[in-house]
Design a protein around this ligand. Structure first.
Ligand SMILES: [Zn+2]
Ligand SMILES: [Zn+2]
Length: 81
């Protein structure tokens, strides 16, 4: 197994990305995760986090949706003002 998955190879230098690569625009550094990623793509960890958050949001929305549906039920007297 390769050692550090945080270290991406710089496409320009062909070696492990260094702070210099970020400075010269070869790579971008994610300020959140402190990892280098290709400037044309997002930070892998941010993507993963985004996906996870989306999934959690969706799950929360589904829960909320069920509640909302119950309220929107015309047979529910709570819904009548
Ligand atoms: Zn570089
Ligand atoms: Zn990140």
């Amino acid at each position: 197994m390769p050692g550090n998955i945080n270290q991406h190879h710089c496409a320009r230098c062909g070696s492990i990305a260094k702070p210099r690569c970020a400075r010269q625009g070869h790579m971008e550094q994610c300020k959140i995760h402190n990892v280098y990623h290709n400037s044309r793509s997002e930070c892998v960890r941010c993507k993963e986090q985004e996906k996870r958050e989306e999934r959690e949001k969706r799950r929360a929305r589904e829960k909320e949706g069920k509640k909302a549906n119950r309220k929107a039920d015309p047979n529910n007297k709570e819904n009548t003002e």
